[in-house]
Design a protein. Structure first.
Length: 371
């Protein structure tokens, strides 16, 4: 029997070691244990209040919100989870918000309507409904400006809500327009100008991050709306964390060519296995040195990458909230994934949304509170 290649033999050893209290597959980094909590403690301070992790909203549909944003009366926002919907294909009651091939379009439409209602929490002044606006996302640096709530009449999307224009960023100062980016591991970044009443939403996968879509988007807001960095707040939503996001060497090279701080975005992570450490002879193979499947993986921190772009665009660290929940490994008490994850579910998954928009404020409330 070739012990190095036998999964059954390894399983037997695992079982024996488990009986004496040893764990299999601990994860470490060369720099020592890389604790996400320590990173997020620095990155998740919000000027509008202390950061809150995945606080569910009232009602049947959970909505994850950035702490303190509710102080701005005209602002609505939220990040969806996979719970509270009507789609059965990705698990009973899934809130799939993307027009995927596997899901029934009528389910998606119902899910979108329910989630939008939970985010907006009512209608605009005069009874007009809010309008959800999306794009055909292409992992680009392309940013669109939305001028009107009646998006279907201006070539943005079809009447049933299917996007027509391509891009990965949107911004608006029009009441009633709810900008939405769809994600299943990529980073949704929401930005609001609390003085000028303008908002933006960005879809930042590693390609969009490399193209500086968030940094460029802030620059566009400054040109378009006269936004000042000191008046902006931002939320980096749930997405795949550095704990789970392994990338190739070519991705690291791309980032090193663009960002002076690239070395702070990557860690080499390797699997530390007590079985292999205690019984190394069991795992010897005929592979040449350097060709073993055991070794460090390169992990990318997209949360930090986009936080750094917001800082470079002029925002203060205390005005940036990082939600800090990994879509690939954050689970509910019962063990189910909390979010849709392309990697965590091997590509068969739905889509979540990050949504931000403007509603007409109550005239008795101060529409521009100091954050």
């Amino acid at each position: 029997m070739d012990w190095a290649e036998s999964a059954d033999a390894i399983a037997e050893v695992d079982e024996l070691l488990a009986q004496v209290g040893l764990d299999h597959g601990r994860r470490k980094t060369r720099a020592g244990a890389w604790k996400q909590g320590e990173r997020l403690a620095r990155a998740s301070k919000s000027a509008l209040g202390p950061p809150k992790k995945a606080r569910p909203s009232a009602g049947r549909i959970p909505v994850v919100r950035a702490a303190g944003w509710e102080k701005v009366a005209w602002l609505r926002h939220g990040f969806s989870t996979r719970a509270g919907g009507v789609s059965p294909i990705y698990g009973k009651g899934s809130l799939n918000l993307g027009w995927t091939q596997q899901d029934d379009p009528s389910n998606v439409a119902r899910n979108r309507s329910r989630f939008l209602g939970q985010v907006v929490l009512g209608q605009l002044a005069g009874g007009a409904p809010a309008r959800l606006v999306t794009l055909r996302q292409i992992h680009s640096g392309l940013i669109r400006t939305v001028e009107t709530v009646d998006a279907a009449d201006h070539g943005l999307q079809t009447p049933d809500g299917r996007a027509l224009l391509r891009g990965d960023g949107m911004m608006t100062d029009a009441p009633g327009v709810m900008l939405a980016v769809q994600v299943a591991d990529c980073v949704p970044v929401l930005v609001a100008d609390v003085r000028r009443r303008a908002v933006a939403a960005f879809h930042a996968g590693w390609r969009g991050t490399l193209k500086r879509i968030v940094e460029r988007g802030i620059g566009t807001m400054r040109l378009r709306y006269g936004s000042r960095p000191e008046d902006l707040v931002a939320a980096v939503g749930p997405s795949i964390g550095a704990c789970c996001y392994a990338v190739g060497e070519e991705v690291r090279h791309e980032f090193e060519s663009q960002f002076a701080y690239a070395d702070q975005l990557f860690r080499e992570v390797y699997d530390s296995d007590p079985v292999r450490e205690k019984y190394p002879l069991l795992f010897l193979t005929a592979r040449a040195p350097g060709h073993s499947n055991i070794g460090p993986q390169i992990h990318l921190d997209l949360w930090e990458a986009n936080r750094r772009q917001l800082l470079d665009a002029g925002l203060k660290a205390g005005r940036i909230t990082v939600i800090g929940e990994c879509t690939a490994c954050t689970r509910l008490k019962g063990g189910a994934l909390k979010y849709f994850s392309h990697r965590g579910e091997s590509g068969f998954t739905g889509r979540s949304m990050g949504v931000v928009g403007i509603v007409q404020p109550n005239p008795q409330l101060n529409p521009h509170p100091k954050p």
